[in-house]
Design a protein. Structure first.
Ligand code: ZN
Length: 240
């Protein structure tokens, strides 16, 4: 049935953890890639190791399919966000609710590195947890961007690559529901306990929806999404 090998862009957050489970559910072999671009993401990097270590315990299929992890050093990306943004721009970002370390076009860079890695590892499918529904402020998360990148990368590498964004049209509540639909309560519990979203890196305060400061835009989205999921848990997995 052709190449059923996938690379998942895995940050250790709720979305990429769910995307990883989605990939493990449908591809024969799944590898992960993470991007290390500065201290703020140290906690996410630790969470991704914990999640990768626990996933094989949830299902023998996960254990068989989960392959190597790759960490790419992208410190230059962190340097851009620290030094190249003007102070005025940082304030403008803060007012829009985006983190001040937001790097324009970040996913374009991630996808290009992921495609190079996928080429080397003979992985035809690239899976990422981007979402247009919750992050409309991030143009590099939009459906059109991802589709255009599939075309550009396929042409530039002269190889067929298929980009999958299973969360593209799901809101946070539906993403919780998808985790539940794919892996039942054990997977949902893993997402809540071990995935990390908080922009401030807070893992000292445990809420019903997981760890976080409870106030930053990421915590706000996650807590509201979890409340909406509890109010109407649709775990049919058939959400368009
Ligand atoms: Zn937070």
């Amino acid at each position: 049935m052709g190449n059923s090998r996938a690379l998942v862009l895995f940050s250790g957050g709720q979305d990429s953890t769910t995307a990883l489970a989605w990939a493990l559910d449908r591809f024969d072999a799944v590898e992960t890639v993470g991007f290390d671009y500065g201290q703020r993401h140290r906690i996410e990097m630790e969470c991704r190791e914990t999640i990768r270590a626990k996933l094989p315990g949830l299902s023998s299929r996960y254990a068989e399919r989960l392959g190597p992890d790759h960490v790419v050093d992208l410190k230059a990306l962190g340097a851009i966000s620290e030094t190249a943004l003007t102070r005025e721009t940082e304030i403008a970002f803060a007012e829009t609710g985006l983190p001040t370390t937001f790097v324009p076009g970040r996913n374009l860079i991630f996808l290009t590195f992921a495609a190079a890695l996928a080429y080397r590892r003979d992985l035809k499918h690239i899976v990422l947890g981007v979402c247009e529904t919750d992050y409309s402020g991030y143009p590099d998360c939009r459906d059109d961007t991802i589709k255009a990148m599939q075309v550009a990368l396929g042409l530039g590498l002269d190889r067929r690559l298929v980009l999958h964004a299973p969360l593209m049209w799901r809101d946070k509540a539906q993403t919780f529901a998808l985790a539940r639909a794919i892996g039942g309560k054990p997977l949902l519990d893993l997402v809540i306990e071990d995935s990390h979203s908080c922009y401030l890196g807070d893992r000292t305060t445990r809420h019903g929806w997981g760890y976080g400061c409870g106030h930053c835009p990421a915590c706000d989205l996650r807590s509201k999404g979890f409340a909406a999921y509890l109010a109407a848990p649709d775990d049919s997995g058939l959400i368009p």
